[in-house]
Design a protein around this ligand. Sequence first.
Ligand code: ASP
Length: 409
Amino acid sequence: MKRFSIKTPALHWQIVIAIILAVTCGIFFPIHASYTAWIGKIFLSALKMVVMPLIAASIIAGVAGMDGGKGLGRLSAKTFAYYIGTSLLAILTGLMLANIFQPGKGLNLTVADSTMPVQSINSLSDTLYSIFPSNIFEAFSSGNLLGVIVFSLLFGYCITQIDSSRQKLLSNFFMAVSDTMMKLTQIILAFTPVGVFALVYSATAAQTHVGQLASGIGKYFMVVIFALSVHAVIWLPALLYSIGKISPLRHLAIMRNALLTAFSTSSSNAALPVTLSSLELKGGISARVCNFTLPLGATINMNGTALYECVAALFIAQAYGIELSIFQQIIVVFTALLASVGAAGIPMAGLVTMTIILSAVGLPAGGIALILAVDRPLDMIRTTINVYGDSVGCAIIAKSEGENPSGLT
Ligand code: ASP
């Protein structure tokens, strides 16, 4: 079926300028951030507005066009293998660098210093329960992306099982809805520089604890950024080049607007419409692969969050002078994987699911208060890596499915 194609205007320079201006304003005029904050909120709401209908329609149309759901099992297996493999790679990178640089060593905190009560939540079981929502309309309205994905996959599959004339009707209908939502995304995208300016201005102005960067928190901050850079600049491009035979620079050029949106919104979900349109319309990857891998990736594949959680857990242990055995570090690795799967694609979700790791290895939950001050900038960066990881996976899987995406070759 023929999909429409739209030329996305080259927005990246406007977005980069908006970010630089916003950081400058945030540092020099923090109290005026409230004047523009509303623009950021509207931009974010507009992006969120398209996420649910876009995802549902795209997945349904994608699976319904798969001829009896053929190839879905193979696609799922590859996608999950990629997600688990790259998340573990990210975590091990964080683990290694946190052990080498020991950012928390010398802070000498005692458990009595840990005063912040952190609500004990079980995000992983919440994630499991959300897979089959009891009310699909509630799942749509509450932003339960995983529930909507699973429902849409099943719905799309069942379309392939009904009478062929009706099958065609529904399949065309959802394809048209998906194209319409993509068109809407393109329109919202035109406002990205203004929205990004307002969001980054507020985020910079709210960062009042910059002074702490000089102490141990500063070292922790640098180690997280260094580890994230190793993952984003070495491992992911290497995978893209060696397995996908795709030029990382070309891929980056296609993805720049989506990455800048992820950076400024700190939300994989909010960036999802941009990621989808970048890889499908500009990259030329099939709707089938994009619609299957990207929504799932935004929800459960978070390389940046997994790495950050591992470094943060080790930092907290070091700050409290708690020696973690090899066995405990292995537990950190696996719980960081689970915590990143459990984290939703929204701002600060990773900080909340940290409690899973801390309680698994008996670290004080109040340690989260330590890293709170620098969470926002780290969230912006780890979300960018999360989205980058999803996009690399999508491109590699498309190649392995025999595709030759026009924008990436
Ligand atoms: N903000 C991240 C995301 O949306 C999740 C996190 O807090 O790590 O991808």
